[in-house]
Design a protein around this ligand. Structure first.
Ligand code: ZN
Length: 78
């Protein structure tokens, strides 16, 4: 019986992922990288209703610094 295994869906592609998977909660390293890329590129920030221009400037500054200093690239690894 495998019913005790906890499962989640990959937040990127909605594939079912088994708890304990190497890349949990993502289905694969690829999806994990995509998720990191979303944060780095501000995808989640843009989708949020932020109306404070100062805060946006601050986030942009953080984003630029993060990308230039230790960015993992934007997925051109193929
Ligand atoms: Zn996935």
């Amino acid at each position: 019986m495998a019913k005790n295994l906890k499962t989640l869906r990959c937040p990127i592609c909605r594939t079912i992922v088994l708890a304990g998977s190497e890349d949990f909660p993502f289905c694969s390293d690829r999806c994990r990288v995509i998720d990191l890329g979303k944060w780095a590129s501000g995808g989640y920030v843009i989708s949020s209703p932020i109306h404070d221009p100062d805060l946006l400037d601050e986030l942009e500054g953080l984003r630029d610094r993060g990308l230039s200093s230790s960015g993992p690239g934007s997925g051109d690894g193929e």
